[in-house]
Design a protein around this ligand. Structure first.
Ligand code: PLP
Ligand code: COI
Length: 340
């Protein structure tokens, strides 16, 4: 019998809650140990850990979904495993074999099965894998030891309203330098985003939009999500840049747009002064899923796309297809779904 928990599944926000088990594995003397599940949600690490002083860490985000026939499945965890390793490589941490990563995800989901929200509630189980540099160290150099861990939390929508349009504003701050760490999922990128995020929220926006750090003329990221726009002649456009995070949701939507919706798909510059070319726009990511963009404020002017209150038809189709694949109602492309 599956254990029961008292949670109001339909009203979950994107917030922390302690679940029963998390996975932890340690790297020492050149190798990872086998890893284990633990009930302890507190890490005991050296005060001199590089993760604390020099930001030597990275993380991932992926979800487990409960299907109509009560199976539990992960969406493209291999891609998260590969991206985690690209992030590890960028900040000189040991890679986690992708099979070990997927196995750890499955162990965490299985051990917390009763926290996987019911089908139809719209909620999911969010998994947060991370790697941190630990152990005694003072100089700016890679840590002597590392921890790879995963915890999980049942979550609802990241942006209030879920699949309802929200407005964003551009910011003068940059989240990443042209050849910096923007395409790695490292914590430093997010520390730098706290202030512009708070300023945007104070002005009444859901989050801020980062422009390209070199010229401030092109859209890069929508807070912690990628941008896409649908042109008036039905092309799916998304920015191409070395400093944005390669979103797994974005690449999945590019495939869905091309193969399921039969749209032309292009990664290219998106000029903030030429938003008129789009009839619809959205933010996409694991946490954000697809969040329709009502409007974007830039230099005091609000550019509205389809509507500030209604979801555009192409965005709706993209959402329904992605959501359907993730929850097992629409046939997924080969290799996208991993049953737990
Ligand atoms: N961009 C940033 C900065 C993010 O933090 C995320 C979240 O992971 C994304 C984009 C979306 O990526 P994904 O679709 O792989 O979750
Ligand atoms: C995600 O979509 O998984 C993210 O990492 C976004 C944010 C919560 C950092």
């Amino acid at each position: 019998m599956e254990k029961k928990v008292d949670i109001d599944w339909s009203n979950l926000s994107f917030g922390y809650m302690k679940t029963d088990f998390r996975y932890i594995s340690r790297w020492k003397d050149g190798k990872w140990d086998d890893g284990q599940l633990t009930e302890d949600n507190v890490l005991h690490i050296s005060e001199a850990s590089t993760a604390l002083h020099y930001g030597q860490q990275c993380f991932e985000g992926l979800k487990a979904y409960r299907t109509k026939d009560n199976k539990i499945q992960l969406f493209r965890p291999d891609e998260n495993g590969k991206r985690l390793n690209r992030s590890c490589e960028r900040v000189m941490m040991p890679e986690v074999p992708v099979e070990k990563f997927i196995d750890a995800c499955k162990q965490v989901v299985k051990a917390n099965e009763h926290f996987v929200p019911p089908y139809g509630s719209g909620a999911t189980l969010y998994l947060r894998p991370f790697v941190i540099g630990v152990g005694d160290n003072l100089g700016v150099k890679p840590a002597p030891e590392f921890i790879f861990a995963i915890f999980c939390v049942p979550v609802g929508p990241y942006f209030k309203g879920g699949m309802a349009p929200v407005n964003f504003t551009t910011t003068d701050f940059d989240r990443a330098a042209p050849m910096g760490t923007g395409k790695a999922k490292v914590g430093g990128n997010y520390a730098g985003s706290l202030r512009p995020h708070e300023a945007a929220v104070k002005k009444g926006f859901a989050d801020c939009i980062y422009l390209d750090p070199a010229t401030h003329t092109k859209i890069e990221e929508v807070g912690a999500a990628n941008f896409f726009g649908i042109t008036k002649d039905d092309k799916f456009i998304t920015p191409l840049s070395e400093s944005i995070l390669p979103s797994i949701t974005k690449y999945s939507l590019m495939h869905i747009a091309k193969e399921y919706l039969k749209l032309e798909v292009l990664e290219r510059d998106v000029l903030v002064d030429n938003l008129d070319e789009f009839k619809e726009a959205g933010a996409c990511g694991t946490a954000a899923v697809i969040t329709p963009i009502g409007g974007i404020e830039h230099q005091g002017n609000l550019h509205v796309f389809h509507s500030e209150t209604e979801v555009g038809p192409v965005t709706k189709k993209l959402y329904d297809t992605l959501y359907g694949i993730q929850f097992g109602d629409v046939k997924a492309p080969e290799g996208w779904i991993y049953e737990v």
